[in-house]
Design a protein around this ligand. Structure first.
Ligand code: BEZ
Length: 241
């Protein structure tokens, strides 16, 4: 490997981790220029990459996300897409989707959220969206959940051939917001209305108290305590009217 190849390989391997500040960038998008994450202060953002415009799995994903955009917006979350394609390719692809493509009962779908042009791979490299073992010039299906303070809170990576599950993205978003608002954790397959988890006891005294507090808590053992959290209470707190 020569020096340039080594530098590119190192750049590609960088990726923010959960708890890191989201790497900043300015980019041209299908909705004008954005200054990320500055423009999204106070809101959650899902920043996601796809391999290429005019490909079928990506098309199905964009239609699904566009169809659900309002639902995500109601949960104070904006969507931002990215691929290693130019602006005119993005525009042509989104026009074709609207004019011609039908999928899962959806048609005439207009993608209104920004799609970043990243021909130089600057943003994709900052976010580790190029995984050379999978593809050297196309981004994998990466999803970064970034909170209102610009912190990366969750990351999902899928290979090129596998379309993402948008119900899971929404579930993860609501679960993280619930954890933040109510200081609880959420167990496997949690959805609003199901019991939440109380963080583990940090002392023997708290462990004993937990086992005695049978009104509010249900503890199978000192480390496994759940409690009820009303679905409407969660949704009233989280969702915009
Ligand atoms: C697709 O979106 O259909 C796709 C893109 C790259 C590789 C395989 C499938």
């Amino acid at each position: 490997m020569n020096t340039t190849e080594t530098t590119n390989a190192v750049k590609q391997q960088q990726m923010p981790r959960i708890g890191d500040k989201a790497p900043a960038f300015k980019a041209v998008t299908t909705q004008g220029e954005i200054n990320f994450p500055e423009d999204y202060k106070g809101e959650w953002v899902i920043l996601f990459s796809h391999p290429a415009d005019f490909t079928p799995v990506c098309t199905s994903e964009f239609m699904t996300f566009a169809h659900l955009e309002e639902k995500f917006n109601k949960a104070n979350c904006k969507l931002v897409g990215l691929s290693i394609d130019g602006l005119y390719s993005h525009i042509a692809w989104l026009r074709t989707i609207k004019d011609k493509i039908k999928f899962n009962g959806m048609e005439n779908i207009e993608v209104k959220f920004p799609l970043i042009e990243d021909i130089t791979m600057e943003v994709a490299n900052k976010y580790g969206m190029i995984q050379p073992g999978e593809h050297k010039t196309q981004a994998v299906r990466a999803v970064f959940f970034i909170d209102p303070n610009g912190i990366v809170r969750a990351i999902i990576y899928y290979p090129l051939s596998l379309g993402r599950n948008f119900d899971e993205m929404y579930r993860a978003l609501i679960a993280m917001q619930t954890s933040d608002k109510f200081n609880v954790a959420t167990p496997a397959d949690w959805e609003p209305g199901k019991d939440v988890i109380i963080s583990p006891a940090g002392s023997c005294g708290v462990a004993a108290d937990r086992m005695n507090n049978t009104d509010e808590l249900h503890c199978d053992d000192w480390f496994f305590c759940t409690k009820k959290l009303d679905k409407d209470l969660i949704l009233n707190e989280i969702l915009k009217p």
